[in-house]
Design a protein. Structure first.
Lengths: 429, 300
């Protein structure tokens, strides 16, 4: 570019800039609230929840004309979402403004300072927190601060073949031993391949399964003060039950490779008597083309003798990005989306389980999905996984050591000892 | 071109011009290779977890000392070496056989050559998913065939037990990468002049002797390149393991472990130290190969 041309180019730029500033409107009247755009992470447009959320957001925008909301589509895998959130937060990006967090992340995100503490907002807005289920709410609370609002929830269930249990005169099992006895009896008489399928692979779902046995046998990983308490004979007993299910043939040896869908595939084909899974499986199993349609019951997980059943809590929650430019508007939106009215809409439209107690008595909700009445006790009793900023490391130890016990590399007692030692090291870091 | 002549007129020598022309490429290489490498090395000297960024501090060789005493790391190193040695050996032997076969002229050779390449053309994540289904204990075709042939009494969860999981992964990897090995070796075979074989034949060398005395020595450069490529790849194996077991049942290789440390635990310091060690091991392997095969890379 010659000197002459460069000059013309620069001169042009200056002119343009001058023109632009001349055209800018004079100071706007201060009465109208400033126009803001919020970005919220949501399901991908292929999922059923997307259209439901889109409609709800349109209503929100109509009620709040100064706020525009856009959905940022996210991948299905929670692990992938975690990686993306972390990358954004490490780069201190102001968007997305609203983060949809898996129930196991709030402590981590709060400790890192990536989400806005909400206590003051909640107080100012006068939100009725007592209506939220305790489990999801405690998963959203870190060191006394609520850091997200529960959006929808999930809990582990025991599915059983109603028809087969009735046929052989069994009542749905209560204890670990009941399940083994019934499964073995029905397998033998009915010639069915598997007694009980669940998630035994080494991944987050493995931790969820393990915890239900540990809690259901009266043990725990961390106590209320954050001390490691898993080195407990009751925890060894719990893990031994899982090992014994495989050794005795109640569960197939391949259960050590099963995730949710692997278990569902087996159960839905009619190849198992019992299955541990999440509520989502209910709809698929009762779909018109399902071989087990109408033959399935669901109940709380089995437990140790003299103990109470326990369910691992799942679910998603809405938090505000610490680096967002518009936290006030963002809070308005998450309060709206977690309100009873909108959650009811989500439950009816997308089949997601509400986090508000009142909705489990709502006639419309129960009419649409009668099983929610039965699920309520499970949802109420569901326990959050250990709340700790280093949860991913703790969970990795739990599922890795448990998996080694399930595949016979080590016995249950050694596995629990290793868990205690390694988790103690992690908590001390 | 006028631009170049102008510059040369202004008194730049040939070599200065060459340096000038290389500069953009060097800058790019620096930005995308050396800068991240150096950054990784610097991270490896820090105690740095992204979620506790405030507690970030310099620890010198601290991470490396910790790694030395970390039983998980040592187990991962063992598993990685096992995977590398077994899978690369198998791929080499099979790849050489395939290369020798498709080097011969026979009707339909073009078709066979194309067919052999198919596994290599499928992205690993997809082929691994395919194998995952074939290994499935309830619906898997492998169990179905073996049970029907009465070779095993009951279905085996190939990926769900330490005795078979690593072997199942190795089979998948060998299936996928043997074609690549074969392709590299085939290229080597094709540059061996036909006259040498004729001369050897006239001198009375049998088939076996021709293979050992003519083919193999002349194939050495190609073998070297193929082995280096595959060893480096195998040592850094990630995708096939991540899809099939995510490191469970005694298959946790170094990079699978590293991915968890980095992206699940967010330990950038410790993770970087693992990355640096993987880099050092890989460099060491390449060096040993070149020495062991008595060749310099330029000769290849």
């Amino acid at each position: 570019m010659s000197k002459h041309k460069t000059f013309t180019f620069l001169a042009g730029l200056v002119m343009l800039a001058l023109l632009a500033s001349a055209c800018a409107p004079a100071a706007t009247p201060t009465l109208a609230p400033k126009k803001v755009t919020l970005i919220i992470t949501g399901p991908s447009s292929g999922e059923t929840g997307y259209a439901v959320l889109q409609k709800q957001l349109e209503r929100f925008m109509k009620e709040n004309p100064n706020i525009e909301v856009k959905i940022q589509e996210m991948p299905w895998s929670s692990t992938l979402q975690h990686d993306m959130f972390v990358t954004w937060a490490a780069g201190q990006l102001p968007t997305p403004d609203i983060l949809r967090l898996d129930i196991i992340w709030p402590a981590e995100f709060a400790a890192a300072g990536w989400v806005v503490p909400l206590n003051d907002y909640i107080k100012k807005a006068g939100l009725d927190m007592a209506d939220f289920l305790e489990g999801p709410l405690s998963g959203c609370t870190y060191q006394g601060q609520v850091v997200c609002l529960p959006y929808f929830t999930d809990a582990g269930l025991l599915y059983y073949r109603k028809d087969l249990l009735e046929k052989y005169g069994f009542k749905p099992p209560e204890t670990f031993a009941d399940l083994k006895e019934q499964a073995l009896a029905i397998m033998k008489k009915e010639g069915i391949k598997n007694g009980f399928v669940w998630q035994g692979d080494a991944y987050e779902g493995g931790t969820c399964n393990l915890l239900e046995y540990v809690w259901g046998n009266g043990a725990d990983v961390l106590d209320g003060k954050g001390n490691v308490v898993i080195d407990d004979p009751k925890a060894v007993e719990a893990l031994s039950v899982m090992v014994d299910y495989i050794k005795s043939g109640v569960s197939p040896a391949g259960v050590t490779t099963y995730k949710e869908e692997d278990a569902r595939n087996v159960f839905q084909r009619g190849d198992a008597v019992f299955m541990r899974n999440w509520p989502y499986a209910w709809a698929a199993m009762n779909a018109p083309d399902s071989p087990v349609k109408g033959k399935v019951g669901a109940k709380p997980m089995v437990h140790g003798p003299g103990q109470k059943s326990a369910a691992t809590l799942g679910g998603w929650n809405l938090a505000i990005n610490k680096f967002s430019q518009n936290p006030d508007e963002a809070f308005k939106l998450i309060a709206f989306l977690t309100s009873a009215e909108i959650q009811k809409d989500t439950a009816l439209g997308a089949g997601l389980s509400p986090t508000r107690k009142s909705l489990y008595e709502d006639a419309d909700v129960l009419a649409a999905n009668p099983f929610w009445k039965d699920f309520f006790d499970i949802m109420v009793g569901a326990k959050p996984r250990p709340v700790h900023p280093r949860y991913p490391e703790i969970s990795s130890v739990l599922f890795t050591e448990a998996h080694k016990a399930l595949t016979g590399e080590q016995d249950a007692a050694t596995a629990i000892k290793n868990m205690a030692k390694k988790i103690t090291d992690i908590v001390k870091k | 071109m006028r631009f170049l002549t102008t510059i040369r007129k202004r008194g730049l020598s040939q070599s200065q011009l060459a340096a000038l022309l290389m500069l953009p490429a060097l800058i790019v290489i620096f930005l995308i290779t050396f800068y991240p490498l150096a950054q990784t090395f610097l991270f490896s000297l820090e105690d740095y977890n992204v979620k506790f960024a405030a507690a970030r501090k310099f620890v010198g060789p601290g991470n490396y000392i910790k790694l030395f005493f970390d039983p998980d790391f040592r187990a991962a190193l063992r598993q990685t070496i096992f995977f590398t040695v077994v899978s690369v050996s198998a791929e080499f032997v099979l790849g050489l056989l395939v290369a020798l076969v498709i080097h011969r002229t026979f009707p339909g050779r073009g078709l066979v050559r194309a067919a052999v390449l198919v596994p290599w053309a499928i992205p690993t994540v997809i082929s691994a998913r395919m194998w995952e289904w074939m290994y499935n204990d309830q619906f898997g075709v492998i169990n179905d065939i073996l049970v029907k042939l009465h070779l095993i009494p009951a279905p085996v969860p190939w990926l769900g037990q330490p005795a078979t999981a690593m072997w199942a992964i190795i089979v998948t990897d060998v299936w996928k990468t043997t074609p690549f090995m074969a392709l590299l070796l085939l290229a080597g075979l094709q540059i061996i002049p036909e006259e040498l074989y004729e001369a050897a034949k006239i001198d009375g060398a049998g088939t076996w002797q021709r293979f050992w005395r003519v083919t193999l020595p002349l194939l050495r450069p190609a073998i070297l390149v193929a082995l280096i490529f595959r060893t480096l790849d195998a040592f850094r194996v990630f995708d096939v393991v991540f899809v099939l077991t995510r490191g469970a049942s005694g298959t946790r290789t170094l990079v699978v472990m590293n991915q968890e440390v980095f992206f699940s635990f967010l330990e950038f310091g410790y993770g970087s130290a693992i990355s640096v060690l993987v880099f050092v091991f890989v460099a060491l392997f390449s060096f040993l190969y070149m020495r062991g095969l008595g060749l310099r890379l330029e000769a290849a």
